[in-house]
Design a protein around this ligand. Structure first.
Ligand code: NI
Length: 177
């Protein structure tokens, strides 16, 4: 178990598509998930994707204890999601503020599908299928975007709504992502 270095916006490894995991319930995959858990916990993230620790595999984790970075957000079940597939439900998009451990100290207003179905597997290979909406759906879309080499600033429609957290939200949000 280890807290790993999170690579940041500008590193070309964040822009590469991640590969599907082919073998489940292996020591390597469980060790990767533990490193993601330790790193997310140390940085108080709401979620993290394997490419953010420079591992180009389709593995994300999200949810769990209320995040200090998103104290207002509703609880999302702690989830390990491998080889995810997202299916938006309906056309309703909504804008919401996002941050990212790879873009520290910043926030942007990002449109996301309000409702979706996601499928994938856990680290043991058991299938996962869930409906999600609101913040839960936003979190899944943000993390799965990392697997396609997309960071949230690439989805900000109006860059007037992108900036430093402590300037956008003085006295409200932690400045140190
Ligand atoms: Ni992120």
């Amino acid at each position: 178990m280890a807290v790993r270095e999170v690579i940041r916006w500008g590193d070309p490894r964040l822009l590469q598509p991640a590969r599907p995991v082919e073998r489940f319930d292996t020591p390597e995959l469980h060790a990767l998930v533990r490193d993601l858990e330790d790193t997310m916990a140390a940085l108080q993230g709401a979620g993290i994707a394997a490419p953010q620790i420079a591992v180009p595999l389709q593995v994300v984790i999200f949810g769990g204890a209320p995040s200090a970075r998103y104290p207002e957000a509703p609880a999302v079940p702690y989830t390990v999601l491998v080889n995810p597939v997202l299916e938006p439900l309906g056309n309703h998009m909504e804008e919401g503020w996002e941050g990212c451990l790879s873009v520290p100290g910043m926030r942007g207003l990002v449109p996301r599908h309000h409702r979706l179905r996601y499928r994938g597997r856990d680290a043991c290979g058991a299938p996962i299928e869930r409906l999600a909406e609101g913040f839960h759906a936003r979190l899944v879309q943000h993390e799965c975007d990392h697997l396609a080499g997309i960071l949230y600033p690439m989805r900000v429609r109006d860059l007037r709504h992108f900036g430093f957290t402590d300037v956008l939200f003085p006295g409200q949000a932690p400045a140190d992502d």
